[in-house]
Design a binder for this molecule. Structure first.
Ligand code: 9YT
Length: 140
C-alpha cells in the first residue's frame, strides 16, 4: 500500500517546475504500478505545446478553465472541472490555461526520473502569436 499526500510531495524532487506549469508527481515508474500519477497546475495566461510521443495520457480537470487544441485536426475542446481527455493517439496539442488549470494526469508507461529532467530541460518556445509555451516530449 502506498499513501502519499500533496504536502509530502511539495518541495521534493517529485515537485517539478517548468515555465508554464508545475507538476507534483505522486507515483512514478519506480513505484512499480505500470502507470504514473500527477497533479499538474498550468499557470493562468499560458499556452503549452505538448507531444507525448511514446506515452498514453489521461487527464482529468479538477480546477480552472482552459482549452485544448488538437494540432492536426484543429479541433478545440473546452476544459473545465469535470472534463477528462485521453491522448490515445499521441496527439500533438496546445493546452491553454485561462485561469490556473489544475489537472490530474495518468501516464502509461509511467514517467521515470529521467523524463523529469527531459521535461525541465526543454526551453520555452516562442510561437507565431508571440506566446511562450513549453515543448514537452517525454518520449525517448
Ligand atoms: C498537462 C499534462 O500533460 N501534465 C502532465 C504531467 C507533466 N508533464 C509532468 O509531470 O511533467
Amino acid at each position: 500500500m502506498i499513501v502519499r499526500r500533496l504536502e509530502d510531495i511539495i518541495g521534493t524532487d517529485q515537485d517539478v517546475g517548468a515555465p508554464t506549469f508545475h507538476s507534483r508527481r505522486f507515483l512514478l515508474a519506480k513505484d512499480g504500478l505500470g502507470f504514473s500519477l500527477h497533479d499538474t497546475v498550468l499557470f493562468a495566461g499560458t499556452k503549452t505545446y505538448i507531444w507525448y510521443k511514446h506515452h498514453l495520457e489521461a487527464v482529468y480537470c479538477i480546477e480552472g478553465e482552459g482549452d485544448l487544441k488538437e494540432i492536426e485536426s484543429g479541433k478545440v475542446h473546452q476544459i473545465r472541472p469535470g472534463t477528462a481527455y485521453a491522448l490515445d493517439g499521441h496527439e500533438k496539442h496546445w493546452l491553454t490555461a485561462r485561469t490556473d488549470l489544475r489537472v490530474v494526469c495518468v501516464f502509461s508507461p509511467p514517467l521515470t526520473g529521467k523524463e523529469v529532467h527531459d521535461d525541465e530541460g526543454v526551453y520555452p518556445l516562442l510561437t507565431e502569436d508571440g506566446q511562450v509555451g513549453t515543448g514537452v516530449d517525454t518520449g525517448t
